[in-house]
Design a protein around this ligand. Structure first.
Ligand code: GFB
Length: 325
């Protein structure tokens, strides 16, 4: 459902189609979806920088950018992200790069008078063994999943930093915690990507090459919830327009599937006919992370894209050859 006004709606936050908006990470999965959403709704004063133009881990460069451009609204979608293997292989990079980006962008946003900032977190901030579905208040109630602890610690810090800046300086910095995302412009590299793009690629290549089987990591029993990234972009703009306060929001569909079920669905969408082989030497990660989405539903937003349709659209994009090699 798109941005309906409801009785739960907070005060208007003054965003107009002329407002100057900085989308940090505009070429990534989330940032590019936010760009599509803003452009489709007529926002015409959007500022972006590529990684080559502005390294957000560089405090001086970030500060100079904010001083020059003076954005009024910021979507903080720049991050180092990756799947279970990338998180385990590069723990130092995952915590360092994400903390640096958050520190620099949040601090500069305060210093140069950003009216409102929306920070993109992740559902991996919650304890590994959290009760399901996971409510926002379960944060910091138990140990984190070890395969993505560095990333989770950085995302918890970013969200908390937004709350602390609001408390101390009266800023308007809000956060969302999306579940596992997918869609156009995702990373489809088999070693570093998340499960959904990895399996799209594996099934596609197996189909093209007539391979007898596709290898799936782990046991296939972990459960994951998947949200189409354009729905997340819709939620981000909805909250940017309608919510001010110190709560953060889970964003998901409220439904999950096993990795085996996901693989079977992708097999069907791609049109592959062969076997699935499970490589149990690879980690499963957290057994389940289904978000409780009551808070954002009460605020007046819910997702629109179901998994099958989202997969078809993502596979269509992938197969069209628009992705980088
Ligand atoms: O998406 P994924 O890499 O990360 O893996 P997480 C999800 C599940 O899919 C795990 C299995 O149980 C994997 O073992 N899986 C099966 C595969 N086949 C594959 C494959 O070919 N590639 C991959 N990547 N997985 C991430 C965190 O956790 O979730 C991030 O590492 C982030 O930090 C993200 O928070 C949302 O869902 O386990």
């Amino acid at each position: 459902m798109q941005s309906p006004a409801t009785k739960h709606q907070s005060q208007s936050t003054g965003l107009t189609t002329d407002s100057k908006i900085y989308v940090a990470g505009h070429n990534g999965l989330v940032g590019s979806a936010i760009m599509r959403k803003l452009e489709s709704e007529g926002y015409k004063n959007i500022v972006t920088r590529t990684f080559e133009e502005l390294d957000l881990t560089d405090q001086k460069a970030t500060r100079e950018f904010f001083e020059k451009e003076r954005p009024e609204y910021v979507f903080l979608a720049a991050a180092k992200v990756g799947g279970i293997q990338a998180n385990s292989t590069f723990p130092a990079d995952f915590i360092y790069i994400n903390l640096m980006i958050e520190c620099n962008v949040i601090k500069a946003s305060h210093e140069f008078g950003v009216k409102k900032l929306l920070f993109l977190g992740s559902s991996c901030i919650y304890p590994k063994m959290a009760l399901q579905p996971i409510k926002e208040e379960y944060l910091l109630s138990g140990y984190l999943e070890e395969t993505n602890e560095p990333y989770a610690l950085a995302k918890i810090s970013g969200m908390k930093m937004c709350q602390y800046f609001n408390k101390q300086y009266g800023t308007n910095f809000i956060s969302v915690m999306p579940t596992n995302l997918y869609g156009p412009n995702d990373n489809f590299d088999p070693n570093t990507s998340h499960v959904l793009p990895a399996l799209i690629r594996k099934f596609h290549e197996a189909k093209v090459n007539n391979a007898p089987y596709v290898e799936i990591w782990g046991t296939g029993t972990p459960r994951r919830e998947f949200l189409f990234v354009d729905d997340l972009a819709d939620a981000c703009l909805f909250l940017m327009k309608n919510y001010s306060g110190n709560d953060f929001f889970n964003v998901g569909t409220g439904e999950d599937v096993t990795i085996r079920e996901l693989a079977e669905l992708i097999e069907e969408v791609v049109g592959y006919k062969g076997e699935l082989k499970f490589d149990t030497s690879k980690p499963d990660g957290t057994p389940r992370k289904l978000l409780d989405v009551t808070r954002i539903h009460k605020a007046g937003w819910r997702h629109r894209t179901e998994l099958k349709g989202g997969l078809e659209s993502t596979y269509g994009w992938f197969a069209s050859g628009k992705r980088p090699a």
